[in-house]
Write a protein that binds this ligand. Structure first.
Ligand SMILES: *Cc1c(COP(=O)(O)O)cnc(C)c1O
Length: 408
């Protein structure tokens, strides 16, 4: 293994065992009623949010984008730590409402919203991030039929993109939002008696570890926001500048240096024109908050050698953790940080392939990893697994048991 995982230097350990929420894999397995399971660490969530708040300008509002991890207990807990929640479907909206966060601090973004999703969001009084002109027309009709003024924000597809993003979600033709160049006309024609325009949403990308790219995107986002605010027929309550802060997943990746990004935001916030000095600026984050606080743990059920190659076979795999298998948006598969949870260090090392129970060669937990020599019964833990894990995986594929989720 040539390059180290940045994250491995910051794990909690005791007695040569990985500690997750202060407990060993064996203890957690007993709590879960066996493997495989996800474990999310409450204390790590608190530390993460507090540390980001400490660095970011105090005026910046922080929202949790709950599609990263929609476990209801975790969403409720995050709701108590941040200033608002972002949802992307009706079911997520129901979980968000149940968390006790006030509806005005819940926003609903997502393309192709169904008519009943729109009606539900209007009735609940949450902010709907309008993704198309037809969606706006639908909201006008709902406003008339329901006799409620829908609260809306325009999701604007900017004319720039967040460079070096793991996932580009804006710039050029996109299925998300309304093109920035359409906004002047749309705002001129806006029926303010049929919707209450509250804000703008400018989301340019995700999973970014480059400070310069984030800074450049924020500069352009503020420029666009200022233009939109000046064109708006009503006072704008909030501008959501998206998120994009990434976490290191793969060997060689370094944790994001937030300080320069925060300093730039401080500068941008204080340089705003009078027209939107009182507008709340919101950053929405998913994986940055929850990714490092989560672990996926499975158990070794078999060990075999095939033509000189040692395989550790596990009871968990792709069906629970698609992104770790390399099949969730990655072009080339790289290893997440993986450890033998009950033998973190050992004199005796072994080069292994770790594979799950699915009948497909795609079911890889770790490839060509040099790890302490492991045996059947040992625990394999995948780090950086708190975001896009259980809910982003094809759990029904091959009909194995569903993964358990612990939140301690
Ligand atoms: C998915 C998504 C996020 C969260 O992205 P992360 O990379 O998990 O921080 C934020 N905003 C919107 C609009 C999204 O679709």
């Amino acid at each position: 293994m040539s390059k180290q995982h940045d994250r491995l230097q910051r794990i909690e350990a005791g007695n040569n065992q990985l500690l997750m929420a202060g407990k060993t894999a064996e203890e957690l397995s007993a709590i879960a009623g066996g493997t495989p399971f996800y474990i999310y660490d409450r204390r790590q969530l608190v530390e993460r949010v507090e540390s980001l708040r400490g660095q970011m300008p105090s005026a910046l509002k922080l929202h949790y984008a709950m599609k990263a991890n929609p476990m209801p207990a975790l969403v409720q807990f995050m709701g108590s730590l941040v200033d608002g929640l972002d949802v992307a479907s009706h079911r997520e909206m129901l979980v968000a409402l149940g968390s006790g966060v006030t509806p005005e601090n819940i926003s609903f973004a997502g393309p192709a919203k169904r008519e009943e999703e729109l009606r539900a969001a209007v009735a609940a009084g949450i902010i709907i991030n309008v993704e198309s002109e037809l969606e706006l027309e639908r909201l006008y009709s709902i406003s008339e039929s329901a006799g409620i003024l829908p609260k809306v924000a325009f999701r604007v597809n900017p004319d720039f993109e967040l460079k070096s993003s793991g996932m580009k979600m804006a710039g050029g033709p996109k299925q998300f939002g309304i093109d920035a160049e359409r906004m002047p006309d749309l705002l001129k024609e806006l029926k303010t008696d049929k919707v209450e325009l509250c804000g703008f949403h400018i989301f340019s990308g995700s999973q970014n570890l480059k400070t310069e790219s984030l800074i450049e995107a924020h500069d352009k986002t503020f420029e666009l926001a200022e233009k939109l605010v000046s064109l708006s027929p009503v006072k704008i309550r909030h501008v959501n500048i998206g998120g994009g802060l990434g976490i290191p997943y793969f060997p060689g990746e370094k944790a994001l240096d937030v300080q320069p990004v925060a300093e730039n935001l401080e500068r941008l916030l204080s340089a705003r024109k009078e027209t939107w000095l009182e507008t709340e600026v919101v950053m929405e984050l998913g994986r940055y908050f929850v990714g490092e606080a989560g672990y996926y743990v499975c158990q070794i059920t078999d060990k075999k050698v095939s033509r000189g190659q040692t395989f550790l076979m596990t009871d968990g795999g792709l069906h629970h953790h698609l992104s770790n298998s390399g099949n969730f948006g990655q072009v080339i598969r790289k290893n997440y940080p993986v450890v033998i949870a009950n033998r973190l260090e050992s004199e005796e090392k072994e080069k292994v392939e770790i594979a799950g129970p699915l009948c497909t060669p795609l079911d890889i937990v770790g490839a060509k990893m040099e790890l302490p020599k492991a045996e059947v019964g040992d625990y394999v833990a995948v780090l950086q697994s708190g975001a896009y894990g259980a809910s982003a995986s094809p759990q029904a594929f091959l009909s194995h048991p569903e993964v358990k989720e612990l939140f301690l």
